[in-house]
Design a protein around this ligand. Structure first.
Ligand code: FCB
Length: 471
């Protein structure tokens, strides 16, 4: 069933699903045709579940933040979102109907544990049912433990600025991996620690909304420590699964070839990538980070870096855009937006080569680079349903070009094993609320009706063809 795209009903009158040469299908020599290259879709708990007061779920920092006037566009919150907490079964069936082979989801920490650390059975049962149904449908499950919805009671005690939160996270990882062992193929500890640390504590764009550079580096250290403490716990409780982490990676390019601008681009990538990858893969923070942000060295205790750099089974890479930068005339960089380039609804530049270049660069920089999954890639567009159809032409080209970039990286020797579209369906896009639509499935938030966009139909068509060839 999971591989049966015939369950997808294309709207009548759509010829795209029938045509052979379509704007999505990869060329014949693409690695994407390999059956062992996993193709899936991703979501995250706070962005889709809703039901924030149900079955004993406690408040998270995103409930608090989104309820604070001025923090989220149009005052949107995740209170209802895609109502996935109630519609999970049909959402999984939709995913399976598209022929997608893998699903990346996250667990809402405040749904499954109370403030004293005791399990919340009702919350746990939700994920047990969800994972069991995914397994029934033959779908590979990738579970992220922390996609930003920190329990508010932990934030009240300092959140990621408090070292104790890292130990609480290890307790949470312990509970989850004892309860869910056997139904998770891959565990990711954190999603995008850069966003949690920098946007959450460094510039205040995300929950909890604090803005201090010193906070950002300390929060990052505790996030990475939380990851490092959780990995051995996950290994002990669920040995058969993969363990890794998901990070957003940024491509910085110099505005000119001057030495200053090239240094600026280097610092951009240090701040976005090496800040996370060096501790994980080299066991140290990049020194350049503290040239960029003098005086922000975090408090690191003996043994922390060893804990943080425990070997990983995979690295999840999230990629969206590149940033063109120049020297700011002092220690750092500033963005120089390029004119005349293609952009998405987010204003992000479409730049598939950045994904390839990052992957190839990481392979050169880190001798111990683990196997890679692209755990998020996609784009927002202002999609509308017209006569039952959503013609998301820009997204189709975007996906095709980024998958081609992944193929190029594989051919250059990078071990990329899979790709998850962001996102399965339109959802709560953090500080941008519901205005920005990233899904391959359209969600009408008034009725909760799901409509397959043309991108979803073309992905399904490709997967069906790929399946037919290899069977
Ligand atoms: C990433 C987040 C994900 C989604 C995309 C667009 O930074 O991990 O939840 O919001 O951006």
């Amino acid at each position: 069933m999971a591989h049966d795209a015939s369950a997808v009903s294309a709207p009548s009158g759509s010829s795209a699903a029938q045509s052979t040469a379509d704007p999505f299908t990869p060329p014949a020599d693409s690695s994407l045709w390999r059956k062992d290259f996993l193709l899936g879709a991703a979501t995250a708990s706070y962005q889709i579940e809703g039901a924030v007061h149900e079955d004993g779920r406690l408040p998270s920092i995103w409930d608090t933040f989104s309820a604070t006037p001025g923090k989220v566009l149009a005052g949107d919150t995740g209170a209802v979102a895609c109502d996935h907490y109630h519609r999970w079964r049909e959402d999984v069936d939709m995913l399976a109907g598209l022929g997608l082979e893998a699903y990346r989801l996250s667990i809402a920490w405040p749904r499954v544990m109370d403030a004293a650390g005791a399990p919340n059975r009702k919350g746990l049962d939700f994920y047990k049912r969800l994972l069991a149904h995914l397994k029934e449908q033959g779908i590979t499950t990738s579970v992220t433990l922390y996609h930003w919805d920190l329990p508010q009671h932990l934030e009240d005690r300092g959140g990621w600025l408090n070292r104790d939160t890292a130990y609480r996270f290890a307790d949470y990882a312990d509970l989850m991996s004892r309860e869910l062992a056997g139904s998770v193929d891959a565990w990711a500890t954190l999603n995008e620690p850069w966003c949690s640390a920098y946007l959450g504590y460094g510039n205040g764009h995300h929950a909890p909304g604090l803005a201090d550079g010193r906070f950002a580096t300390q929060a990052m250290h505790h996030l990475l420590l939380a990851h490092g403490l959780a990995v051995p716990v996950l290994r002990a409780n669920d040995p058969a699964s993969l363990k890794g982490i998901v990070a957003n990676m940024g491509r910085g390019t110099p505005n000119t070839e001057s030495r200053e601008d090239r240094r600026a681009a280097h610092l951009f990538e240090v701040q976005h990538n090496a800040w996370i990858l060096d501790p994980l893969l080299k066991g140290e923070y990049p020194r350049d980070l503290f040239d960029l942000w003098p005086g922000t060295e975090p408090l690191v205790l003996d043994g922390d870096m060893r804990t943080i750099s425990a070997p990983l089974d995979f690295l999840g890479v999230n990629y969206y855009f590149r940033t063109n930068v120049e020297s700011d005339g002092a220690q750092g960089f500033r963005e120089v937006p390029l004119a005349g380039v293609e952009r998405t609804q987010m204003g992000w530049e479409v730049h598939p080569d950045g994904l390839r270049d990052l992957l190839v660069g990481f392979r050169q920089t880190y001798a111990n680079l683990p196997p890679i999954y692209i755990t998020e890639n996609g784009m927002a567009s202002d999609d509308k349903v017209t006569d039952g159809q959503v013609d998301d032409t820009q997204r189709i080209a975007f996906l095709k070009r980024h998958l081609a970039a992944v193929d190029q990286a594989i051919k250059a020797g990078v071990d990329v094993r899979g790709y998850f579209l962001w996102s399965l369906m339109d959802n709560f896009e953090w500080a941008f609320g519901y205005e920005r639509r990233f899904g391959i499935v359209h969600v009408d938030y008034a009725t909760q009706k799901r409509t397959l966009k043309r991108s979803a139909q073309l992905v399904a068509k490709f997967l069906k063809e790929r399946n037919a060839r290899s069977s």
